[in-house]
Design a binder for this molecule. Structure first.
Ligand SMILES: Cc1ncc(COP(=O)(O)O)c(C=O)c1O
Length: 425
């Protein structure tokens, strides 16, 4: 077959990942498994890179979306940095080859140990989320005899439309960032503290933001804060505009208009003498991934039809957690249509991938592709119901490789102690 620009093209009635039939991978690796298109990830990264080519910028992939080392390495080779939110992500970033300069450290609750590790690895910026955290960073840096490069994450307090409450972050009353009215005071404190250098200001408005309005509203607020803190004598080199670019989940939904997004940000910030930092996660990897699962059973109960799959909410939690929509397609063309709930094997009624969905008339043994699962899929997977986490596979052209082995039962109990070493109180 000729290689298409579609990550998962359908050719001759079969769904492919780039040039490899999904059924070939499922037969070789088993199900459920996550399958990623390497060239789609590259294309998404390049798309964003080109949109900002005219101004100083650096893309820091939000690796919470997908922290598979193979994907991180692929992005690292393309020149990306990362946005991390934990010591574990710092460890992964280092394993994948990112240097400290490629790393910005976000997150609302960094521990002393995590701050120490970030300083030891000389990260580009630690994004400060509260006054208490600022004081802690100063103390940790002081104890190490260094000056911590920091940015303040500003909560611009704009109204944000997202498909689910849980993915809003830049609104008033959220736990994230420092409210814009408090930033001047906290920046003054940073000026007085000897072991921090305030080099940047940032924001992240939320995820899956489909229109430019929140950014249009928030940017001037962020720039007002730049003016305020520059007046205090801070040298602000970086402006972090966060992530949040929307991707289509349901058929017909558009991919975020990157050029509009870039034009808006570039026009507002061009004359401010800052390097832009971007923290996209979903946009880079979401539609580059699909979760392949096998139908275990068809079931008819209380007037409803169910398709029971071998993947459950432990493998992909987004439908249960966010009521997220994911397109579900049969891997092989199948005649007929049924209206069903697609459910997993987990003992929870929240364990579903779709409700009352019109689906191809699939039967036990058939493969289904749960689409647009490259972001917040595997990274949110768990061992609930003592289920080993699935395998991850990377496809590049006509070849594929397992990049994360399927967990084994032994892995489930690896950290548990058979012989307890009791300690006295
Ligand atoms: C601080 C920060 N930056 C970036 C992102 C990435 O968001 P998205 O995957 O929607 O681009 C998130 C997501 O939660 C975030 O919290």
């Amino acid at each position: 077959m000729s290689l298409s620009s579609e990550p998962f093209p359908r050719e001759g009635g079969v769904l492919y990942a780039e040039g490899v039939p999904l059924s070939v991978i499922a037969d070789a690796v088993g199900t459920p498994c996550y399958i990623y298109s390497a060239n789609t990830i590259r294309a998404r990264y390049q798309r964003l890179e080109q949109a900002f080519a005219g101004v100083p910028h650096h893309i820091h992939f939000a690796m919470k979306a997908n922290s598979s080392l193979s994907i991180l390495r692929l992005l690292q080779e393309m020149g990306a940095g990362v946005d991390i939110v934990s010591g574990g992500e710092l460890f992964r970033a280092h394993e994948a080859g990112f240097g400290g300069n490629d790393i910005v450290f976000s997150g609302v609750g960094k521990t002393v140990r995590e701050i120490e590790q970030a300083l030891d690895q000389r990260v580009l910026l630690i994004n400060v989320e509260s006054e208490a955290e600022l004081v802690t960073i100063d103390a940790v840096a002081g104890a190490r005899g260094v000056v911590a490069p920091i940015a303040i994450r500003v909560n611009p307090e704009v109204t944000v439309e997202t498909p689910h409450e849980y993915i809003k972050t830049g609104e008033k009353g959220q736990k994230f960032g420092i409210p814009r009215d408090d930033v001047e005071r906290i920046a003054a404190l940073a000026m007085a503290l000897p072991h921090v250098a305030l080099k940047g200001l940032g924001m992240h408005l939320g995820s899956q933001i489909a229109n430019a309005e929140p950014m249009r509203e928030a940017l001037p607020r962020l720039l007002d804060v730049v003016t305020q803190v520059r007046a205090q004598g801070h040298v602000i080199e970086y402006l972090d505009v966060g992530g949040g670019l929307a991707v289509p989940y349901a058929p017909g939904e558009p991919l975020a208009d990157v050029d509009d997004y870039a034009a808006l940000i570039i026009a507002a910030t061009r004359d401010w003498g800052v390097q832009l930092l971007l923290e996209p996660g979903r946009f880079i990897v979401a539609d580059a991934g699909t979760l392949v699962t096998r139908v275990l059973y068809r079931k008819h109960a209380a007037g409803k039809d169910f398709v029971v799959t071998d993947a459950g909410m432990n493998d992909l939690v987004r439908p249960a957690l966010y009521q997220a929509y994911h397109d579900i397609e049969p891997v092989r063309d199948t005649d007929g249509a049924i209206t069903v709930d697609v459910v997993g094997p987990i003992c929870e009624s929240g364990d579903f991938y779709a409700k009352d969905r019109v689906l191809a008339d699939v039967h036990a043994g058939d493969l289904l592709a749960v689409r647009t699962t490259g972001a917040y899929g595997y990274t949110m997977a768990s061992n609930y119901n003592s289920r080993p986490r699935p395998a991850e596979v990377l496809v590049e052209g006509t070849r594929f490789a397992v990049v994360t082995e399927r967990e084994r039962y032994e892995d489930l109990v690896r950290l548990e102690r058979a012989h307890l070493q009791w300690r006295s109180a």
